[in-house]
Design a binder for this molecule. Sequence first.
Ligand code: AMP
Length: 293
Amino acid sequence: MSVGPQLFEDIDGVRAYVRKCQAAGESVGIVPTMGALHEGHLSLVRASTAATTRTVVTIFVNPTQFSPDEDLASYPRTLEADLNALSGLAVDAVFHPGPEEMYPDGDALIHVVPSVLDKNLCGLVRPGHFRGVCTVVAKLFNIIPADQAFFGRKDAQQAAILKRMANDLNFPIRINICPIVREADGLAMSSRNKYLNSDERMQAVALSRALAKGKQVIADGEQSSASVIKVMRDCLAEFVLVQPEYVSIVDFDTFVDAETIGPSCLAALAAQVGPARLIDNMQVNGVTGECEM
Ligand code: AMP
């Protein structure tokens, strides 16, 4: 009979658990999430259980990465279903703290603030977002001193910033960035897809369709980012329920706009679809013309 993960709501409890595992020679993987788990999250869990002997999944809807006009209050909180989803996956522990456990003063009074990689894309349109993300992940890395952490390329800018943070702040942790998991029609899985009604859900495929169109013209030899962006924007414009926020091609190392399709680029877009703000991206190799969605 499979035993579900051990649930911790307090910092001392999960820290003691992880220390005990490490003292016994176990390696620990951490998978930070905000819950409402789907196959995208579970792919990170599988990567962790394959690479380490103990996996801790954190489920915390982090208030400090939401701005006041965003969806903190309505963000889905589905702990019971999440624990069920994890029960067959060899997850050892779930850390599910309340906001008062993580922020006894309402917020951290000292923050981790990126000074690179956040000037474009989501960092530009969501001021303070990556400060909240970096601060909470730094706290999680200190609470759960794991050997490896697992993030999704679905949030490519976040993953790059966190990798840089771990390096610059000398967290002794290996950061793994895992592929995007998609629905059958191409829509990138996201907890926010739950907000979509059936019409919006059908139109949400616009984001991956636009990337696929971009992929096609790049494979055909297009080198100008502006031209590829136009193709992607034209595709989005065919979907009346989709309001684009940004459509960009950036250098994957710096997240600065790339005028031409260079050897390592990222095509990234964000759009509002009904109540849901959705993002998606693909990795572009301008030398071979290959794109990974
Ligand atoms: P979230 O719960 O949305 O904060 O996401 C937690 C982690 O899951 C982040 O590292 C995300 O990048 C990752 N993730 C979310 N959606 C996907 C997906 N469709 N494929 C792969 N990873 C994902």
